[in-house]
Design a protein around this ligand. Structure first.
Ligand SMILES: N[C@@H](CCC(=O)N[C@@H](CS)C(=O)NCC(=O)O)C(=O)O
Length: 234
């Protein structure tokens, strides 16, 4: 029987199935990347809700696994060398799971690096820029009188959507015919931008027809539908 009791995070979120990968998350655009990937791979896992309403991400137990106080984070009892592995940062977790299962990442070196390149494009560009746009369009920043910060993120988000749209013009998925972790990283953020952040009109989303087409294919996948609501909100 696997013993995860030396990990303080299991004191707040006890593992009912310590032999399964433990997911600490909330269904946000970064959180669902990992739940979607886990649903896609079929790896057995146990989800735990990290509630922002009760500031769970700031608890000492959560910080013991991710000192950066952000979801998602995982604890895999069966990591490299058969030892437990704790990981945070959604991009690193996606890569780890792709390599662990041999799924959703090309096996050839060039394809692998190009997939990583698009994951980095999401992690360094789409995520932070769309996130700031959400802040200035929907949350506290919307009341700021000075609209220059908002406009900066609108313009940068449009530019990034343009790059993605052009790339997708003759491709079914970011890496062509293969659905990969680059899609799993990217499309939850596109969905969130035009959904929860209500910024579709602001960024002129109707002009990005290729992005819209791939988003539609993405959300039609059963694993995506399932992953979007995991962990269940309390
Ligand atoms: N680069 C990180 C970003 C994670 C992130 O920003 N998570 C947000 C939710 S989408 C969060 O946990 N926010 C809580 C907080 O900032 O206290 C990743 O991709 O994992």
């Amino acid at each position: 029987m696997t013993d995860l009791s030396s990990f303080p995070i299991t004191k707040k979120w006890p593992a009912q199935h310590p032999d399964r990968l433990q997911l600490y998350s909330l269904p946000t655009p970064n959180g669902v990347k990992v739940s979607i990937m886990l649903e896609e791979t079929g790896l057995p896992y146990e989800p735990h809700l990290v509630s922002f309403e009760t500031n769970d991400q700031m608890s000492p137990e959560f910080l013991s696994l991710n000192p950066n106080n952000k979801i998602p984070a995982v604890l895999d009892p069966n990591g490299p060398g058969g030892k437990p592995l704790a990981l945070f940062e959604s991009g690193a977790i996606l890569l780890y799971l792709a390599e662990k299962t041999g799924k959703f990442i090309p096996q050839d070196a060039a394809g692998r690096y190009q997939t990583i390149q698009w994951v980095m494009f999401q992690m360094g560009g789409i995520g932070p820029m769309f996130g700031q746009l959400g802040f200035f369009n929907k949350f506290a920043g919307k009341d700021y009188e000075d609209k220059r910060p908002r406009n900066r993120y609108v313009n940068e988000s449009k530019r990034l959507l343009g790059v993605l749209d052009k790339h997708l013009a003759d491709r079914a998925w970011i890496m062509g015919d293969s659905y990969t972790i680059a899609d799993i990283a990217t499309f939850p953020w596109v969905r969130n931008l035009i959904g929860f952040y209500e910024a579709g009109e602001l960024v002129g989303f109707k002009d990005f027809k290729n992005v819209a087409r791939v988003l539609e294919a993405f959300v039609a996948r059963p694993a995506v539908t399932a992953g979007l609501t995991i962990p269940k909100r309390g």
